[in-house]
Write a protein that binds this ligand. Structure first.
Ligand code: BES
Ligand code: MN
Ligand code: ZN
Length: 473
């Protein structure tokens, strides 16, 4: 799928389909389209569509009218409109399309270019069935109408979508295929494609480093644990941004076994890992002047005769001891060792993304991801990146009072804090391992995938992470 900018009237576009927007006022610039909109009783609800063929005055074969809702045109409605336009474009097998220019309140032309390319490319994602060869996008060329002739945001948008597609693909893969070994292979392939530095630590390496906490999660599984690091160098020796992604390729809960209903969705417990790999793919394509390292602790959490038990005490790489009170609070057990490990990169900031707690879904639902940080400036930057990319985060507190809930009689801390504020106590646990640098934590348990009939990975928070990184250049 190639994107370009053109500065010609929509009527002159000589391709398969022109996408034009209509809002509550419905006074469309083209008289013929205006008449057809009236005739068809088209209501300009956000994302509603009307497909017209062989419209007088248009060179393109078809004109797709898409509703933008009330004026002024909002960013959210623009995404809705593009998403439904994309569904039609993909179902009609159109090969070339032009998207009409439109003003979006609060955002400039560059933003619109980035968002258009991102949404159109991302919406073409299809789940790849096991044993079935993936197909190329039917849509080959998309021209975005614009009077602003600078395509760099457009290309950014395409790269962000290509990162999101990797993230969604990894998330949607079945857990017998997407194992820690598979994630390590994926990282190695990215390294080969984009000339990145890749290092994969094996169980023995991790044991030498003293990662007793991480290894306590993987020990009940037949799948070998991996600690994956991947670095992009675009800015000499400057301190890197480090992203850490939770990579539990299946979370059964371990001996603290989860209930059976919906347990298949715990294949998505590696979406943090998938999202940092996706962000790396986007950045490696965009090639900004910045250094980025991603680190993925990858394990499978299973019950077994040799699995960790509630009551076990383990020693983390940092030297702090942990009483495992619930083997289902495993994400923090792998992340804490990864967060100690990343000190070696001398990070500018560290941001982790993790499907860490069911409690964040109770607190925030499926719209915002949870954000907690030990540095308010970093938190603010991430909140802004979330708003700009429409991949939003909402900050939760991280006061000392919550940290006290982690007290244990038998170790430096327990791995759970009780019933209250589960998302915050999980972050407090991680905060004990991130004192040496500026750090933020994204709890993406509510946003990384959707359940129900449309079950599938969303590609979040790749847009937020990539936007944050691009904002630092
Ligand atoms: N991966 C889960 C979190 C999760 C649960 C994400 C449901 C999405 C949907 C995590 O490892 C977990 O099991 N967390 C426990 C923590 C509890 C034992 C303190 C949870 O949220 O129930
Ligand atoms: Mn769990
Ligand atoms: Zn988990």
């Amino acid at each position: 799928m190639e994107f370009s900018l053109i500065n010609t009237p929509v009527q002159k576009f000589d391709g398969d389909m022109v996408v034009v927007f209509a809002n509550s006022k419905i006074d469309f610039a083209d008289d013929n389209v205006q008449q057809l909109i009236k005739l068809n009783h088209f209501e300009s609800k956000p994302g509603s569509t009307l497909l017209l063929s062989l419209v007088k005055g248009f060179k393109a074969k078809q004109v797709l009218v898409v509703g933008l809702g009330e004026l002024p045109n909002s960013a959210k409605n623009y995404i809705k409109a593009l998403t439904s336009a994309s569904a039609i474009l993909n179902s009609t097998q159109a090969k070339s399309a032009m998207i009409e220019q439109v003003e979006i309140e609060g955002f400039d032309q560059g933003w619109r270019h980035r968002m258009s390319a991102r949404v159109l490319k991302d919406s073409g994602y299809k789940v790849q069935q096991v044993g079935v060869q993936g197909q190329d996008d039917p849509l080959e060329n998309i021209a975005i109408q614009s009077t602003y002739n600078d395509a760099h945001e457009l290309l950014q948008g395409r790269s962000i979508a290509s990162g999101m597609r990797l993230t969604r693909h990894l998330g949607d893969l079945p857990p017998n295929i997407c194992t820690p070994t598979y994630l390590a292979q994926t990282a190695q392939e990215l390294a080969n494609e984009f000339n990145l530095d890749c290092e994969v630590l094996e169980e023995a390496d991790m044991r030498k480093l003293g990662m007793g906490s991480l290894l306590s999660v993987s020990k009940g599984s037949i799948e070998a644990p991996k600690l994956i690091s991947l670095s992009y160098r675009g800015d000499g020796d400057s301190k890197p941004i480090v992203l850490v992604g939770k990579g539990v390729t299946f979370d059964s809960g371990g001996i603290s076994l989860k209930p059976g209903a919906g347990m298949d969705e715990m294949k998505y417990d590696m979406c943090g890992a998938a999202s940092v790999l996706g962000a790396m793919r986007a950045i490696a394509e965009i090639k900004p002047k910045i250094n980025l390292t991603i680190v993925v602790p990858a394990v499978e959490n299973m019950p077994a005769h040799n699995a960790s038990k509630p009551g076990d005490v383990v020693t983390s790489m940092s030297g702090q001891t942990i009483e495992i009170l619930n083997t289902d609070a495993e994400g923090r057990l792998i992340l804490c060792d990864a967060l100690t490990y990343v000190e070696k990169f001398n990070p500018e900031v560290v941001i982790d993304a993790a499907t860490l707690t069911g409690a964040v879904i109770v607190a925030l639902g499926k719209h915002h991801c949870g954000l907690m940080a030990n540095d308010q400036e970093l938190a603010d930057d991430l909140l802004t990146a979330g708003k700009v990319s429409l991949d939003s985060a909402w900050q939760l507190p991280l006061d000392d009072e919550y940290d006290e809930l982690l007290k244990s009689n038998f170790a430096d801390m327990g791995n759970i804090g009780g019933r209250e504020a589960g998302t915050v106590t999980a972050a407090c646990f991680l905060a004990r391992y991130t004192k040496k640098y500026r750090w933020a934590h994204l709890d993406i348990a509510g946003t990384a995938w959707v359940s129900g009939a449309k079950k599938g990975a969303t590609g979040r928070p790749v847009p937020l992470l990539t936007q944050y990184i691009l904002d630092q250049v």
